[in-house]
Ligand binder design. Structure first.
Ligand code: A2P
Length: 342
């Protein structure tokens, strides 16, 4: 198989580092790897498949100079807005992990297990958008159930890890925990979140919108509809919890048809990259510590509503840096390569 020149933009960040790990693990066909970050990181070395690579400063010329063919972006929305066009201009396909392009109608928003057919639309603008971390793990579960019972409405509450806000946010939680044990938590600063995150939960992720939902909550609504190509009703409450890695979701799904819980389990067990962990009598269910470092989405607590036969409740957990970001981006790149080799 042909090999590709691959750039990782934001290679020193929480998601960027994970992208490098996933690329190495799947033995991605790389001719030349170019890790890009801010001027602060230029010259740092990173290890990739036993070799050392120097981090380069991201510039407008990075893509042309290095003849980049696949550019994975995860350095924030403003960086994607400014530099993705230079990557496209240089002939690369951009796989963008930020929210910047996601809702543009001619940009495909892809979860490979759900809507791989949309990757074809990369030709429109040269860009494929990677959805929000909480959306990815949820739609992987919704899609196979929608096929069988047809979804009308989804109500979801999330329990999101600090790593979703980047490395500094993870460090902030760790620092606050240290300060707690030194009896200094009251003086511990918080910059990544609107409140102290250690020993707390914060029912706000991103800013509040006119709808009284937050931007993160609106992302879950509109991204889910775009990926499923269906205007189902979605209501979301997104909550930050003092976990480093792994987003959890309590999901209630209302279907057009009545459900059979055994069949639901069977459908999910046979769905790609989903693992059912559901033995309540043994206290077995998904948790962040189960999902950490994994490329699968874990589902449990599967149960029918007490009142209505068309309502299902379940609990979904996935590693937000992997399934919710890096793994999904790399899976998109692998599918794109399949198209390129057709
Ligand atoms: P750097 O480490 O040099 O600041 P995280 O989401 O974990 O905070 O990571 C953000 C990533 O985006 C890091 O790799 C960071 O690089 C990168 N980044 C931030 N600002 C820029 C910029 N102006 N140009 C290129 N990369 C940037």
């Amino acid at each position: 198989m042909r090999k590709y020149n691959v750039a990782v933009v934001g290679a020193t960040g929480a998601v960027g580092e994970e992208m490098l790990d996933v690329l190495a693990e799947v033995n991605f066909p790389i001719a030349n790897l170019v890790p890009l970050a801010s001027a602060n990181s230029a010259g740092k070395t990173i290890q990739f498949q036993g070799e050392e690579f120097q981090v380069q400063e991201l510039t407008e010329n990075s893509f042309e100079e290095n003849e980049i063919e696949i550019a994975l972006f995860s350095a924030g929305g403003s960086i994607s807005a400014k530099y993705a066009p230079f990557a496209v201009e240089a002939g690369a396909v951009v796989i963008d992990n930020t929210s910047h392009f996601r809702m543009e109608s001619d940009i495909p928003l892809v979860v490979p297990e759900v809507n791989p057919e949309d990757i074809e639309k990369w030709r429109n603008r040269g860009i494929i958008a990677n959805p929000n971390c909480s959306t990815i793990q949820m739609v992987q579960v919704l899609k196979p159930l929608d096929r069988r019972y047809s979804i009308q409405r989804v109500d979801v509450s999330t329990y999101q890890a600090t790593s979703g806000a980047g490395k500094k946010a993870m460090e902030e939680l760790a620092q606050q925990m240290k300060d707690f044990f030194s009896f200094k938590l009251d003086e511990s600063p918080h910059n990544a979140f609107p409140h102290q995150i250690a020993l707390n939960v914060i029912p706000q992720i991103d800013r509040f919108m006119e709808s009284d939902f937050t931007k993160e909550e609106e992302k879950m609504v509109y991204e889910t509809q775009k990926i499923l190509h269906k205007n189902i009703e979605v209501a979301s409450t997104c909550v930050r919890v003092p976990v480093l890695r792994g987003h959890s979701e309590s999901v209630t799904i209302t279907f057009e048809k009545d459900i059979d819980v055994d069949e639901v389990r069977e459908i999910l067990e046979n769905s790609p990259n989903i693992v059912v962990v559901d033995k309540p009598s043994e206290s077995l269910y998904p948790m962040p510590i189960v999902a950490n470092g994994k490329n699968e989405t874990f589902v449990g607590r599967i149960r029918k509503d007490l009142y209505r036969n068309n309502i299902l409740h379940l609990w979904i957990v996935a590693d937000n840096l992997r399934v919710g970001a890096a793994t999904n981006a790399v899976r998109i790149a692998q599918k794109w390569i399949e198209l390129d080799n057709e």
